[in-house]
Design a protein around this ligand. Sequence first.
Ligand SMILES: *[C@@H]1O[C@H](CO)[C@@H](O)[C@H](O)[C@H]1NC(C)=O
Length: 433
Amino acid sequence: MAWTLRSLTMLLFLAYLQAIEEEDIRAGCSTAVNDLVYIIDGSWSVGQSDFKKAKSWLVNITSGFDISSHYSQVAVVQYSDTPRLEIPLGKHHGGPDLIQAIEGISYLGGNTQTGRAIKFAVDHVFPSSQRTSTVKNRIAVVVTDGKSQDDVVDASVEARAQGVIVFAVGVGTEITTSELMSIANKPGGTYVLYAEDYANIDRIRDSMEQRLCEESVCPTRIPVASRDEKGFELILGMNIHQKTKKIQGSLVSETAFSLTTSTDITENTREIFPEGLPPSYVFVATVRLKGSAKQDKFDLLRILSKDGVTQAAVTLNGAYKSVTFTTTSTTNEEQLVTFNVHGIGSFFDEGWHQLKLLVRPRQVTGFLDDEEIQEVALLEPVEPIYINGKTQVAKKFGAETTVPVEIQKLRLYCDPHQSERETACEIYSVCLH
Ligand SMILES: *[C@@H]1O[C@H](CO)[C@@H](O)[C@H](O)[C@H]1NC(C)=O
């Protein structure tokens, strides 16, 4: 009897462990572990009707997050002369509950003491979190329409000292760029956003959502020339630099890595993309395909679930001269788009080439050596990826065999605008003007 009870307890315990594991295996922005504090301007200059728009915008930028004690917690501070805590951190679980609370906030009116409001959030709201040791990102979004009547510098410096990331959203023409810059983290290009007026604030909704998401799922930075870009450097992340032979790349100054059939580039997805992928990103690969690599059908990069279902993949098919991008779908296991236009053919000509895929929520654009080759629509919305499987490089389609390729660059940038900045000048003929 005692034994049976014990084994029953054991079984229950194992089932419980499995349930925990199952629960957080899909990862993306929605499942990021964030404490988010919105600090909104409720001074006289805003007015009732624009204040309503500001609230609606907060609701909109929050819709991508799973609001719960496991994932994102949200607090709202409204301020004028003094800050008022409208919604305490973690009070609402579930989106609809939070939306109702945000919509129910009544307009304060008064002066604009932005510095004081930021200080209040840093000193009182963030520290009130029930999970100060487990939260991954602490992010403040300051929405303001006018020049602050107090100093914002000290409070913002304090926020950074506490590890709080601050976004500054300026609405209208009264607000000065220098003030927004001193409120926000650097670089301003990432952490400062503008809207002409509250009627136009919806225009910066996508970029705000993307940036909040990048902040949540793209912790690492790739050093690129003068700036650090958020993203994943897969040559290092996947240990390609340690497992392969170094060779000269596309230029004398470039190093590349030569994979052979006995190389195995496989890592646990959890190690590579611990928080999943953002809704938009740029995949860049500079490779040379020779021998079997130019005829085989193989996955240059693939992320598989534990059961082997593709979560994301870039598949090259030399025989058909095509490139296929696979991603998740809300209705099927996966969805794919194929680039097979004439322009992609030279990819398989044994020379060095740079393939770039700009992935957006509903479309994927392919580039080869800086030339746009095709833009293809994604028919279904994408789901967060499973991160409890494997991520692999240069594997034969549907098999574990490595296809020998030479790789110089393999990166995933989180900012879609990196697509314009990342040139293929490493390919000699491309920038030979
Ligand atoms: C919020 O989203 C809804 C639906 O997309 C849109 O109609 C509304 O204008 C948005 N509100 C703001 C202020 O961005």
